[in-house]
Design a protein around this ligand. Sequence first.
Ligand SMILES: CCCCCCCC/C=C\CCCCCCCC(=O)N[C@@H](COP(=O)(O)O)[C@H](O)/C=C/CCCCCCCCCCCCC
Length: 215
Amino acid sequence: MSSTEEKFSLQEVLVSFKSCLVDDDQDVLVEHYLSGWKGLVRFMNSLGTVFSFVSKDAVSKIQIMEKYLAGEHGERYRTLQSMVEYELSSNLVDLNKRGSHPESGCRTILRLHRALRWLQLFLEKLRTSKEDSTTSTLCAEAYNDSLANYHPWLIRKTANVAFLVLPTRNTFFEVMNVGTTEDVVDMLGEAMPYVCNVYDFTQELYSQHNLLDIP
Ligand SMILES: CCCCCCCC/C=C\CCCCCCCC(=O)N[C@@H](COP(=O)(O)O)[C@H](O)/C=C/CCCCCCCCCCCCC
């Protein structure tokens, strides 16, 4: 079983996003950030092949970053701050149009960062939802208010069709392997501040360096 095919555990995802914040929430460890994403991909894979176009893209972005981490300059990719400083000072980012660095670390993390905003909105909606809420509606609302703004029409359309086959809220909660609905809601409440802190830190870092629109 590969690392993205193991059973999903919401607890593990929570631990990854919690442990990726370092230096009083002033930096993010790339390895733990990617572990959080790998956990989410496992969850997505458990939902069936209809979401494979989404998980394939997430996996390819995780793999790009893992290559950097394992490469010659791996130490420079240890945290988001050091990655940004290294890539910018070495002119390794295509800032205005795609050129000789189409898969920079800064660009790749930006794509995941935008998806993290979707996750933040979706988890909060799930946490505060009523028993009869439909996950497809919650998911579509979160997507249309965030990630969809960066996607072309065809992807938006495909994503919104895929959301229609999402399982019910109860099934969703069962797959999280946490316990009762109350346990899931509690754990989501505990997880949200960490996901928010990771998102806010990255947003601020990218904003300071004008990296929020990398093509
Ligand atoms: C407690 C857990 C509950 C929720 C678990 C959710 C699990 C989600 C796992 C992964 C999320 C998806 C990550 C998607 C990354 C997308 C990055 C992106 O925007 N890529 C596009 C741009 O990349 P470049 O071309 O510029 O390199 C790329 O074009 C996108 C392709 C795929 C389509 C993405 C659709 C996104 C829909 C997100 C909702 C997923 C629904 C899952 C429902 C649980």
